[in-house]
Design a protein around this ligand. Structure first.
Ligand code: C2E
Ligand code: MG
Ligand code: MG
Ligand code: MG
Length: 281
């Protein structure tokens, strides 16, 4: 039985597992102290295929650990979600974005928007969260309109749609909403159409295998068509080659994000290296 297995696992505790747990504990302890001082927000430009220029950027957090170097969010975000530190991290990221957005607006365009990844856990106290965010935006002369909230498509798995319903309160205040990693989360199409979603972000696993005549191209085409029929715009994630950019824009994808345009970069690079046309469709 599961219970006996559990006991056995405990009795013959694997040293490698013990090591992993210790490493995890140490990382959590470090992270707690790092939130204010060692987390930095990078920005990855999002290219508008129609306007042929960069009109948005996604905020991506990084941890500049003094000894371990740059730690990827893929490593510490799941950890932070587990131990609750995600709330403080989310607040820190939002605060940084509010500080940085005015510089991005003046370097690019007044309509420039920043897209922020939000974990469902952050919506546990959505009322306070919303009040804090609106307050921060006001303090920087920004509006809800300047923000896109990204949530992974996986949240649609919840049959009660708790997170998406909470997210709609943010939408009612004027923030925009994107479904991240679209195509990987087994979204129920029956749920999607009931909510006011602004963007689908097609997951990079579809983009990396794009070729003329490929099945993934057919899937992308279907996703774009469905999105447009529902009044939703599409962002392709992880675009690395000109070929991928050409294929995806030929089927009507609205925005491109990926190393072809730029890797995520510090604010200073985005503001000084402002790129003109980097890809023309
Ligand atoms: P995501 O939101 O799907 O972000 C896209 C990831 O793809 C980023 O990884 C980005 O650097 C990477 N990427 C972009 N273009 C390319 C490309 O052309 N090729 C390849 N191979 N990769 C590309 P990153 O920055 O390591 O972030 C990983 C994940 O961590 C994000 O996935 C997001 O789910 C999460 N994350 C990042 N920042 C935050 C945050 O502030 N809050 C929360 N809750 N999650 C965050
Ligand atoms: Mg994202
Ligand atoms: Mg994604
Ligand atoms: Mg992702």
């Amino acid at each position: 039985t599961a219970k006996r297995d559990g006991r056995n696992r405990h009795r013959y505790f694997d040293p490698a597992m013990r090591e992993a747990i210790l490493h995890k504990r140490e990382l959590i302890a470090d992270l707690r102290d790092a939130i204010e001082t060692e987390l930095v927000v990078y920005y990855q430009p999002i290219f508008d295929c129609q306007l042929q220029r960069i009109t948005k950027a996604e905020a991506l957090v990084r941890w500049l650990h003094p000894e371990k170097g740059l730690i990827s969010p893929a490593e510490f975000i799941p950890l932070a979600e587990e131990c609750g530190l995600i709330i403080a991290i989310g607040q820190r990221v939002f605060d940084q974005v509010c500080q940085d957005l005015p510089a991005l607006k003046s370097a690019y365009d007044d309509g420039f928007q920043v897209s922020i990844n939000v974990s469902p856990i952050q919506f546990a106290h959505e009322e306070t969260q919303l009040t804090q965010w609106v307050h921060l935006l006001n303090a920087h002369n920004l509006s809800c309109n300047d923000i896109i909230v990204e949530i992974t498509e996986g949240v649609m798995l919840d049959p009660n749609c708790e997170t998406i319903k909470k997210l709609m309160v943010f939408r009612d205040h004027g923030m925009h909403v994107a479904l991240d990693d679209f195509g990987t989360g087994y979204s129920s199409l029956a749920y999607i159409y009931q909510y006011d979603i602004d963007y689908f972000k097609i997951d990079q696993c579809f983009i990396s295998t794009l070729k003329v005549g490929s099945d993934t191209l057919a899937l992308c085409e279907a996703m774009v068509l469905m999105a447009h029929k529902l009044g939703i715009q599409v962002v392709a994630e992880g675009v690395e080659t000109t070929e991928q950019a050409e294929l995806i824009s030929a089927i009507g994808c609205d925005f491109i994000q990926g190393y072809l345009i730029s890797k995520p970069q510090p604010l200073s690079v985005l503001v000084s290296d402002r790129k003109g046309v980097v890809f023309s469709s």
